[in-house]
Ligand binder design. Sequence first.
Ligand code: NI
Length: 399
Amino acid sequence: MNIALTKEEYESILRIKRDLHMHPELSGEEVRTTQVIRDFLKGIPGVELLDLPVKTGVAARIKGKGEGPETMLRADIDALPQTEDYESPWKSVNPGVMHACGHDFHTAALLGGAMILSRAAAAGELKGCADLLFQPAEEGTTGARQMIDAGLFDVIHPDRCFGMHNWPSVPAGKIVIHPGALMSAKRNFTIRIFGFGGHGSMPHLNRDPIVCAAALIQSLQTVVSRSMNPLSPTVLSVNMIQGGSPVNLVVNEVEMRATIRSLSEEALDRAIERVQTLMENTALAYECRAEIEWKERIPAVFNTPEMCAAAERAAGEVCSAVESAEITDAPPSLASEDFALYRGYAPAFFYWVGSHREGEPEEQLHRPRFHTDDEALYVAAPLYAASAIYGSGAPDAEK
Ligand code: NI
C-alpha cells in the first residue's frame, strides 16, 4: 500500500486547511473547528468517534487488523488573538483572531493521516489501532491537561504517542528528528505585591508596591545571568505588570505575570527557587507583602533514543513514498508544548515538519504574516500515518 496522499486526499485536506484558516477560533472556543473535524472524520471509513466530556476537541479511533500497538497521534486546533496581515483568498475573517501558529495545518495533516490509516486498515497493514487526538487550547498550554482531566486515558490506552509542529525555519519537505530536549520546560507565574496606599505627597505614611515591583523586576533579571549554568539555555521574562492610580495616589497593589523556560528541568527547578527567594526578600526590604501563584509546570518535550529510533523508521517510510521528504535535524527551541504532558502516560515523540516555502521570506510563528506551505501536507499527513503503522518497537520503559 502506498502511504503517500492521493491527489484527491490532498485536495480534500487542503480545503479543510483553508476553511479553518479563514475561520480561526481562540483556545477553548474551537466549536466550529470541532464540528468541521467531526464531520470530516464521519466521512472516512473505519473511523470511530470517541466520547469525551469536552466542549471542544475530538478523539477518534481507527482499528487495524490483528495484534499490534495502540498509537496516539495528536494535532492541536486553536488559533491566536492577533490580526492577520498576509493576503490570501482564505485570510482570516474573524477580526483579531488568526492561525498564526499553523494549527490549521496540523489539523488538516492529521485528517489526511486518518484517510491514509483508513486505507491501511482496510488493506490489513495497520496492526493494533490508531487514536486520533485533535486537542484544543494548546496556546496557553492548558488543552492537554483538559483532555487528560476529561478522562482521555480512560478511553484510550496508547503504547506510544506522536505529535508534530510545523517549523517555519525549516524548508517544507524536511522532517526534523531531534534527540533529547526539543522544546522547553515551562512554569508561568503571577506575583501580587501588596503595599499600603495613600497620598502621593506623604511617602512616610505609605508603602509603595510600585517601587517594590520595579526592584523585583530588576532582581529577576539576575536569575538567568547570575544563577544559571550558561550551558543550560534558560529564559525568564516578566511580560505583564499592572498597578496604578491618579498621579497623586500611591496604590495598594501591583500584579505582574512572568514565565520561565528552560531546556533543563534542573535549571527550571533552580530558577523557581531563586524567584521565590527574590520575591520574599524584596518584599521584605520594601516593607511590602508578596504572593506568588505558580501555574502548572509543563515539562520539556524530550525525545528519547528509543522513540527517535521509532520516529526514524516511520519517517524513513515517508521518505520512500514521498519524493520531497527528507530527514534532518534542527536546534531546539525555548517555546513550550503541552504535548509534553502526554509523556507522563506513554513514551512520546515530537516531530517538527518544515513549513517554509522556498523563495518566500521567512515568517516566524505567532507573526501577523505567518503562513504554512500547503505542499508540506504531502509530508505531514503520511508522517502521522506512518508513525502508527511503522513507528513500533518503542519499549515500555518510560511508561
Ligand atoms: Ni503552535
